[in-house]
Design a protein around this ligand. Structure first.
Ligand SMILES: Nc1ncnc2c1ncn2[C@@H]1O[C@H](COP(=O)(O)OP(=O)(O)OP(=O)(O)O)[C@@H](O)[C@H]1O
Length: 578
């Protein structure tokens, strides 16, 4: 029997297909019911809708801000106009123009979406780009005819309408089916909902965002190409900052992250401009500006967001994402993770840090740590508050760059590797505050991790239970269940080494004991190496093969619980302090 969540997903899927069918029928019928003027407005709305859909791939789906997207739209429009002027075949002009737009987007994306760059970098770069393309269109007179622009003939409104509708439907369908419903769409969703969790599951957020930006530029260029004959005159304004702002308004009003939203926003603003603009003149832009501010402030999901919030429960909205998330399975199939194989152990430590130093400004926090952790070992890191335990985990996981020293995972020097690159060696991580995918169900969380799996794992029953929980969102779970889910998706991903930061924090005694039991079974049955930062001494006693005490950024002592707790310096530095 299908679970409630999967039934909801199937229903949402049916609705999507139904909506697509209605759109196709409505588009095909339009020339028979509309006179030529509304039909030309609809044609223009479709072209602008595709432009907004292109922007949505970057802004709505990947969270990449582009405030100069008309640069790509303009490149597309000029590509067609210049080709028409010089009688260049469309078969040549179209791919060359799209590749040019994608090349420019790649250069901008590589510069603006590098790890560590702030989101505003992309805003500044794309703004500069739209100004640059606008200026180039004004200055390159022999190519673009400057401010006067280039005329592009259209073959009559009905013919143009059908051409436009066909290209729009074709482009949207190809992008939807090939990109958004596949692995790329799943990664887009994962990175948008929780970038940090995704990179610790081995997903490269920069690559995903840059790909989305390049794809969005290609779609914007295609939109520019089909807009050129509809508008008739290709002028610098088509690539300029006003056009770039307008498409942001289309999308914000219609609703990001939704195909319908992009087209609805474009249609409302375009048609509104024709009818309302005639009545109130330039005040129309003022009205649009006010609507934009109101939407951003009061309805960040735009009109489609308002409607779906009314029509769908949150879990149904999560199910709507189901198209790009593989169907979760209650009992993951495939070979179980191999148990600890000491014979395989060639003596290479699972983890090694050498002379590790980390300072924040002038303040040293990690002051030269040397630590070796064997394969399959369970090491508990303890120490007083501020000793540097979390910082050490952050350094090992790649979430912080060290000031000096070396980090080796399975014998490989990963000191300068990004978190997602380290994850490819099987390095998994849990956080003090559970890092899961909040807008999705537990089953979808688990499925996302399984889809990116480092290796196939048979989960313990206490963790595999989440594969069936698809009728609530993770935000509705108790803290204990959120922690268990974070552990479940990390283990389902198939790590070799797991870094856990205070996994028992905030849990009741019973939940902590259950957690310790699960962690022990993960170590015993799956052979994972565990590095656990923990304050709860009961957990430490139950769990640790070895206890490492940190104080003031140094290893004070390392050994079994008894020897460590009888150590004078430890008593002074830690046990006396709690
Ligand atoms: N990003 C940062 N910038 C500046 N200082 C930081 C940063 N992160 C940590 N610190 C400082 O580094 C020191 C060690 O912090 P850390 O969180 O590693 O300690 P901890 O041993 O995990 O403590 P706790 O048990 O309270 O979690 C603290 O003094 C903290 O204020």
């Amino acid at each position: 029997m299908l679970s409630a969540g999967r039934l909801t997903a199937a229903r949402v899927e049916r609705r999507h297909v139904g909506a697509l069918g209605v759109a196709v029928v409505a588009l095909a019928a339009a020339p028979f019911v509309l006179t030529s003027y509304p039909l030309s407005l609809l044609t223009l709305s479709l072209a602008y809708g595709l432009f907004a859909f292109g922007l949505d791939l970057a802004w709505g789906r990947a969270g990449v801000i582009s405030i100069g997207h008309a640069a790509f739209f303009g490149v597309g429009a000029y590509g067609i106009a210049i080709a028409a002027k010089h009688d260049v075949s469309l078969l040549l002009a179209v791919p060359v123009t799209v590749v040019l737009a994608m090349g420019v987007a790649l250069a901008v994306g590589l510069a603006g979406l590098r790890q560590g760059t702030s989101p505003s970098t992309m805003a500044v770069l794309t703004l500069a780009l739209t100004l640059l393309v606008d200026q180039a269109a004004r200055s390159l007179l022999s190519l673009t005819n400057g401010s006067n622009g280039l005329y592009v003939g259209s073959g009559g409104i009905v013919g143009t309408y059908y051409d436009v509708a066909a290209v729009v439907l074709g482009t949207v369908t190809v992008v939807w089916v090939v990109a958004l419903r596949g692995r790329f769409g799943r990664r887009l969703l994962a990175v948008r909902v929780n970038e940090v969790r995704s990179q610790h599951l081995g997903v490269d957020p920069q690559r995903v965002k840059i790909t989305a930006f390049v794809l969005s530029a290609a779609v914007a260029a295609v939109a520019g190409m089909i807009a050129a004959p509809v508008v008739g005159l290709v002028a610098p304004g088509m690539a300029g900052v006003v056009m770039s702002t307008q498409v942001l308004v289309f999308l914000a009003v219609g609703g990001r992250g939704s195909i319908a939203g992009a087209f609805l926003g474009a249609a409302l603003v375009t048609i509104g401009q024709e009818y309302l603009g005639a009545a109130i003149g330039s005040w129309y832009l003022f009205v649009v500006g006010v609507v934009f501010v109101l939407v951003v402030r009061f309805a960040p999901g735009g009109l489609t967001g308002l409607v779906t919030a009314r029509l769908r429960r949150p879990v149904e909205q999560a199910a709507a994402q189901g198209a790009v998330i593989p169907v979760p399975v209650a009992e993951p199939t495939g070979a179980p993770h191999p148990p600890p194989d000491r014979a395989r152990d060639d003596g290479t430590p699972a983890l090694e840090v050498r002379g590790l130093v980390k300072s924040f400004g002038a303040m040293p926090v990690i002051r030269g740590i040397d630590l070796t952790i064997a394969r399959g070992e369970v090491v508990c890191l303890i120490g007083p508050n501020g000793a540097g335990k979390t910082t050490l985990l952050n350094l090992v996981a790649g979430d912080l760059p060290p000031t000096a020293g070396q980090i080796l995972v399975d014998g490989r020097d990963v000191t300068h590797w990004s978190p997602h690159h380290r994850a490819t060696l099987g390095l998994g991580r849990l956080f003090q505050t559970p890092s899961i995918y909040p807008e999705l169900t537990p089953a979808q969380n688990l499925a996302l991790a399984q889809a990116e799996a480092h290796q196939s794992v048979r989960l313990p029953a206490e963790l595999s239970r989440f594969a069936d929980v698809d009728d609530v969102l993770t935000t509705d779970l108790s803290l204990a269940d959120q922690r268990a889910l974070e552990l479940a998706l990390t283990i389902a991903w198939g790590p070799e080494i797991v870094l856990l930061d205070e996994p028992a924090a905030g849990l009741s005694h019973a939940d902590s004991t259950r957690l310790a039991h699960i962690l022990r079974s993960i170590s015993r049955d799956l052979g994972c190496t565990l590095v656990v930062v923990e304050h709860d001494m009961d957990i430490v006693k139950q769990l640790g093969d070895r206890v490492v005490v940190l104080a003031e950024g140094r290893v004070l002592v390392s050994g079994d619980m008894d020897s460590v707790s009888s150590h004078d310096e430890v008593r002074a530095a830690y046990i006396g302090a709690v």
